[in-house]
Structure formats: C-alpha cells, structure tokens
Design a protein around this ligand. Structure first.
Ligand code: SF4
Length: 341
C-alpha cells in the first residue's frame, strides 16, 4: 500500500469510460455546447484493464466505473468482465444516471459488477424534464427496479440537493428508497468544474438536510462506516431502521481520509476532483512503457500528493464557480463529466 503526503492510501480509482452523457443535469452540464474528448483519444478496454492492473498492484482494491454516462460506452459488460478477472480488486461498482440501466443490469451483474449507484434527483418527471432536459424519468425508475432484480449486492441512489429545485423532496426520496430497498445519498451541490450555475445560496447543507429529516422522521442516529473509513458518505439511521447518507463536500469536506483518484476516458489521472492539472498515462502507455515504468510514475506521483481541494475551497471568501465557461472549453478535462464526479 502506498501513501501520500497525508498518509492517505491509494485505495480507490474512479474510471471514466466516456465523457459523453444523455442527460444535461443543471449541476453538471447546464450549458448548450461542450467540447468533447476526441474518440481516438479514448482508452481501449485493454488499456483500461492494463492500467487498472498496475493500480491494483499498488494497492487499489476499489474501482468505480463512471462517465459522463458509462452505459453509453458500447459493450461495457465486456470491460466489467476484464476488470472482474483482476483478483486484487475487491470492489467493482458503477455510477449511472439509470436511463439505460434496464437494458444492461442483468449483463453487468453476470459480468461480475458488484454494486450500482443510480442518480435520482427528483421523483417528478416534469422536474427532470426541466432540470436535466430529459423525459426519461420512467426509464430511470425501471432501471432501479431492474438493478434490484438483477441481484447486485447493493443499489444506492445519489441525489444532488439544489435549493429551489428538489430540496422539498428530501424526505420523500428517503421514503422512496425505503420502499425500493435502495439507500439514498444526499450530495451537497458542489462548485466543481462544469457547475457554471453554482452559487453558495443554492447549497442545502448537511446540517439543514439532517434538520429537515429529523423534523419528518424523528431522531436520527449516526452509523459509523467501519468497513469503508474512506467512503465519502456519512451514514445515518432513522428510528424505522432506514439508513441514508450525506456527502457534505461543501460544508464538511472529508479530504483528510480521501483515498480516491480519477482516470479520465482519455487516460489523464487526477489526484483530486478540484485538481487543476492531471498526469497523462495514455502517452507513456502507448509509447511502450512497461508496467514497471507506469508503476514507478504512479507511485512517485501519489507519494507527492497533497491535494485537499474541497477543504481549500472552504477557505475561499467570495466563493463562486470554479471555472468560467471559456476555461472549461479551453480544457474539457476540467469538466466534472470528464472526470467522472
Ligand atoms: S476534494 Fe479532492 S482531496 Fe478532497 S475529498 Fe474530494 S477528491 Fe479527495
């Protein structure tokens, strides 16, 4: 196990398999136009599997497949099978917007995927139309049902809470999760790259979420996650036994235990969601670097890691959007949908 400057292990890798998405969620892709990564620059499944093997050799045990929308990448179950063949990976998960999940749930599970997280920001189809420019709310619900039926260890629901959009649904979403056997994670609206409409007053804080749920459901008990100490979500239990999580990146960042890094679909490795620059792994990979060369590059880079992006943002007085549109267009890897959230 290798550790960074704050003794945080290199434990978890988020692998974006595409920067494309079939939704336009306002907290991630609110603009009309985007600069996409050239298709020719995308890593092949073999390259992703090889790099993942190198990371596993350095201690990575958790891989999460992300996007954009990962189910837009053709033959994704084939990649899952390749990654599943890596014995050092204990946890293989996927984050999806659920629109295509009904079609792929069974094949992904059969290929060896363990866990699925589905983004569900509202229970109202008309709000999804307005907020994500999509009329496919019913498909997302069908995707959640299919994932439940496909036999995944766990199905979780991610909800980005935005004041004035869905903050009045917090309790209803917990109740929905309870009925559908899926644990909801409320995510504070983050000022990451791409969130060009972000403002502090739209953020519903962890404290406010707990207050509202307490008002509806009564006493709430913290649930320490001993199995996943580096997991971003803080978990809680209601008197009914139902659990939910909160990912409080804006008001209570958790950089101190962060073991996560991100690989973009074109092979750029980011040590932090807020990092200004990443490390190109595709170049050396395609230039014939050996696994030992790649291992040395990754080891040295991680051991020099001192990123604590969300904590640093907490200290910014006039906190506004991270990058203006021009800066995002100048380098699309600054976009959250390219880094995989
Ligand atoms: S902001 Fe960066 S260091 Fe902090 S938790 Fe997120 S990825 Fe980790």
């Amino acid at each position: 196990m290798i550790r960074d400057r704050f003794a945080r292990p290199l434990g978890s890798l988020r692998v974006s398999v595409t920067d494309r998405c079939n939704l336009r969620c306002r907290y991630c892709m609110p603009e009309a136009e985007y600069v996409w990564l050239p298709k020719s620059s995308l890593l092949t499944f073999e390259e992703i599997a090889r790099l993942t093997g190198v990371f596993a050799g350095l201690g990575v045990t958790k891989v999460r497949l992300t996007g954009g929308e990962p189910l837009l990448r053709h033959e994704l179950p084939a990649l899952v099978s390749m990654l599943r063949a890596e014995p050092r990976l204990a946890d293989l998960a996927l984050t999806t917007n659920g629109v295509l999940l009904e079609r792929f749930a069974a094949a992904l599970n059969a290929a060896g995927l363990g866990r699925v997280t589905v983004s569900l920001d509202t229970l109202h189809p008309e709000r999804m139309q307005e907020f994500a420019r999509s009329g496919r709310h019913a498909d997302v619900l069908a995707g959640i049902a299919a994932a439940r039926g496909a036999g995944f260890e766990r199905v979780k629901l991610n909800t980005v809470v935005v004041r004035g959009f869905n903050d009045d649904e917090i309790a209803d979403l917990v109740a929905f999760g309870e009925r559908h056997g899926a644990e909801v994670r409320f995510i504070e609206y983050m000022d990451v790259g791409g969130a060009t409409r972000w403002s502090r007053d739209q953020v519903v804080s962890r404290a406010e979420i707990l207050e509202r749920l307490g008002a509806r459901f009564g006493p709430i008990t913290p649930v320490p996650d001993r199995d996943h100490p580096a997991a971003p979500a803080e978990r809680f239990r209601l008197a009914s036994g139902t659990t939910f999580g909160i990912i409080a990146s804006v008001t209570a960042p958790f950089c101190a235990s962060c073991d996560r890094s991100r690989l973009t679909a074109d092979g750029t490795w980011f040590l932090c969601l807020y990092a200004a620059k990443g490390i190109d792994l595709r170049g050396p990979l395609r230039a014939g670097a050996s696994d030992a060369d790649l291992e040395a590059l990754i080891r040295e880079t991680w051991q020099g890691r001192a990123d604590r992006g969300a904590e640093e943002r907490l200290g910014v007085r006039e906190r506004g959007v991270l990058y203006p549109i021009e800066a995002l267009r100048a380098d699309p890897r600054r976009e959250m949908h390219t880094r995989g959230g």
